[in-house]
Each structure stands twice: as C-alpha cells, then as structure tokens.
Design a binder for this molecule. Structure first.
Ligand code: ADP
Ligand code: MG
Length: 230
C-alpha cells in the first residue's frame, strides 16, 4: 500500500538578489511520501541547503507551492511555521549546534521547552532517547566534554524528541571521520525503521547517499535526477 504524500513541492524557486538574480532553486517539483529515507546530493552551490531550508520552513520560497499533508504552507503565519517546525520537524546540521552551557539531557529537552511540552513524561522520553543512542552514561555531560560523534548523536536525539514526522539533516556526517559517520548513518536508519520517521539527508558523501533509498541530484538549482536505489 502506498504511503500518504507528506510533502508536495511544485515549481518551487528561491531567488537571491534582484539586480543580478541568482536562482538557488529553479522550479523544483518533487513529492516525498511519509516514511521515505532519501538523500539530496549535488556539488557545492547546487542549492542543497537552500532546498532544505525552504522545505524545512526555515526560509521562504520566492515562488511555487509547498504542501504538507495537502495543506499549502505559503500563507502560514510565522507563528504557525515555527509551531509546525517545532512539532513536526527535526533538524540535524553539520555542526551539532548544541548549546555549550547545557548538558546533553538539557540540550535534548530544548525543543520540548520551546514547544511547552516539558513534563515528567517527555523528560523521561529524552532520557530514553539518550540511552537508546548509547549515551546513557553521558546525559549530564556538556558538549565540550563529548566527542564530535557523541555530540552529533545528541543532536539526533534532540531532533527526535518531539516525535517529528520528518527529519532534515544537512551534511550530518560532514565533520566526522568515516567510522563515526557510519555509526551516525546506522542510528538514523534504525530510527527510520523503528519509528517510520521520514528522513531527508543532504550530503556530498557518496558513502552516505549510496545507502539511502532514493537519491535526488541537484545541479544549479534544478533536479538533475531522482532515482530509487536497491
Ligand atoms: P549548497 O548547499 O548545495 O552548497 P546553497 O543552497 O548553499 O548550495 O547555495 C545555492 C546557491 O545560492 C549558490 O549559488 C549560493 O551562492 C547562493 N546563495 C545561497 N545563500 C545565499 C544568500 N543568502 N544570498 C545570496 N546567494 C545565496
Ligand atoms: Mg550546503
């Protein structure tokens, strides 16, 4: 049975500047089903981060349509956008972006605090996630006391704590060695399988994109290819 369409993108463009306009995205159309595990690849400057930021509601398109579960997001207020980001989306970046003065547990709980969902039950969920990702004995450590790979794991837990429908990862393994990258990939894959979370992973690393179910290749702001992999 086909999964429902989570995200429907039609002729989405993002233009920077008006004197000499740069099309970071040029009429991109794509649908993403719930539960997909896909990567977005392409050379530097091809529009990968712009694409992720626009579909992650961190940036607004210049034109085109972006629908979540058949609802057009173009006219959503900033409040609605940020609420949706907090409740339905998770973000993982190349730099873990953890807050240095907070512990691993406090960092993981941050989206709960922002979404006003922090209670005993959700705190237990945050703790459970840290145990699940192998950091049960590090929950009171701060980012400065953890390795790069451990911090990226904390960032993954933070992205998942509100039980999002979709997780966006922009070069999640870009700052990690190959062995640690593999462990981070395996963790994302495991979560995808267990919780049916949709993953959109931006990467220029073939070792990572080669393991995803679908690869969308961007070039100069357009889709050059879009293929399923076995
Ligand atoms: P990628 O993530 O694939 O490296 P980006 O999405 O960051 O690519 O950038 C796509 C294009 O848009 C590039 O040509 C880049 O220079 C341009 N661009 C990105 N952000 C801005 C900005 N804030 N202002 C102007 N141009 C930008
Ligand atoms: Mg980028």
């Amino acid at each position: 049975m086909a999964e429902p369409v989570l995200l429907r993108i039609e002729k989405l463009s993002r233009v920077y500047g008006d004197v000499q306009p740069v099309y970071a995205l040029k009429e991109v159309s794509l649908t993403i089903q719930q539960g997909e595990f896909l990567s977005v690849v392409g050379p530097s400057g091809s529009g990968k981060s712009t694409f992720m930021n626009v579909i992650g509601l961190l940036d607004k398109p210049s034109s085109g349509s972006l629908k979540y579960l058949d609802e057009e997001t173009a006219d959503w207020s900033e409040q609605r956008r940020s609420r949706f980001r907090n409740q339905e989306m998770g973000f993982i970046f190349q730099a873990h972006m953890l807050l240095p003065e907070f512990t691993a547990l406090e960092n993981v709980m941050m989206p709960l605090r922002i979404g006003k969902n922090l209670n005993a039950k959700s705190k237990a969920k945050a703790q459970e996630l840290l145990i699940r990702i192998g950091l049960g004995d590090r929950i009171h450590h701060r980012p400065g006391q953890l390795s790069g790979g451990q911090n990226q794991r904390v960032a993954i837990a933070r992205a998942l704590v509100n039980r999002p429908k979709i997780v966006f990862a922009d070069e999640p393994t870009g700052a990690l060695d190959s062995q640690t990258s593999l462990a981070v990939y395996e963790l994302m894959r495991e979560i995808h399988q267990d919780e049916q979370v949709t993953f959109v992973i931006v990467t220029h690393e073939q070792a990572l994109s080669g393991k995803t179910d679908r690869v969308v290749h961007l070039l100069d702001g357009t889709i050059q290819s879009d293929a399923l992999q076995v």
